[in-house]
Design a protein around this ligand. Sequence first.
Ligand SMILES: C[S@@+](CC[C@H](N)C(=O)[O-])C[C@H]1O[C@@H](n2cnc3c(N)ncnc32)[C@H](O)[C@@H]1O
Ligand code: SF4
Length: 400
Amino acid sequence: MFRISQYMREIAAPSPLGPKRNPPGPVVIWNLIRRCNLTCKHCYSISADKDFAGELSTAEVYTTMDDLKSFGVPVLILSGGEPLLRPDIYQIARRAKQMGFYVGLSTNGTLIDESNIAQIAEIGFDYVGISLDGMRETHDEFRRKQGAFDASLHGVRLCRDAGIKIGVRFTLTQDNAHDLPALLKLVEDEGIDKFYLSHLNYAGRGNKNRGRDAFLQTTRNAMDLLFDTCWDYLQRGLEKEFVTGNNDADGVYLLQWVRARFPEREAALRAKLAQWGGNSSGVNVANIDNLGVVHPDTFWWHYPLGNVRERKFSDIWTDVSDPLMAGLKAVPRQIKGRCGECSYFDVCGGNTRVRALQLTDDPWQEDPACYLSDEEIGVSGERERVTLSPYIPIRGVKIA
Ligand SMILES: C[S@@+](CC[C@H](N)C(=O)[O-])C[C@H]1O[C@@H](n2cnc3c(N)ncnc32)[C@H](O)[C@@H]1O
Ligand code: SF4
């Protein structure tokens, strides 16, 4: 995750570079159920409105939670499928809170209504993230359900009015990029605390539909808008969090943004960004799926590391006899192609490995979704890039 607001605050008022602090354990995104009332075009968990056999029981979830706690996991994000379809979701969430986890709920929001908002508020979730992938027409098309937008927005408003910290999550593609300005306005008008732009990752239906991924220029435009909006909030003294996920080149692009506006702040920002270090799948982010299978992050469902029914999460997570985990935990990661040659590798860490795998069959190849030009990252440009077909060049920038 890339915390734009945090770095914008650094640009506005730089603070000294302290020692790098490693979190005690990974953030665990836990898909407690695969069933969902929607069938979104990009869904990595290929969820649908049917039961999936063999999901973890309440007791198994509790046993795993105990292990996660003793391993030092600080954050649990309860997700799905649609987590509110799990009958024991409130019990699980309440126990997680009592154990001292930071607990987030990742939901499509359509099932939050007057009948359950008091129960949701009573849990004391630290954060509820609700997906809005565009304005009404776009969102309903993307999420393949008429009325989804209105139901999700109703859920957002109920949570906000109940005093819950709330965020809107938007997965950017070529089909919904045009709605980003309106969505950012909605976030302001509705008093929503946080905006999370998720770049498309090539997993599940998101891989099947990867041809609809945002063009590189579209991504640049979206990031320009996000940076400018975030900076504007800061200037107005308004608290709002902007974050992104699934494209660590965002850190490199922010450096460019700073260079153009406050060149004297670039070096300090770069040091902070290098300390962050970019992609942390398999290191600071972990995933447990509905069947108890552990993965390096949510987009690696095709790659099992082990099952919490057979081995403790803590044992699975620290086992680097697995070649993927060994490669992800290597410092620095050994990445090929233009990512390996990039002058900003220390900032982004080679970005998202799943996209490289899906396009080349090699998880250590360059990430095709890097939207910086060869010139901008100081690579020769004589080699062909790994790209989605048809290849869409970045407007106005020479790129191989
Ligand atoms: C799988 S959903 C589960 C929670 C809930 N059903 C929802 O849609 O918010 C979790 C988040 O992942 C996002 N997501 C799903 N597939 C994705 C993909 N292929 N790339 C990037 N984000 C994705 C969704 O938009 C959502 O914000
Ligand atoms: S993205 Fe979320 S709402 Fe959409 S199908 Fe997947 S789990 Fe369901």
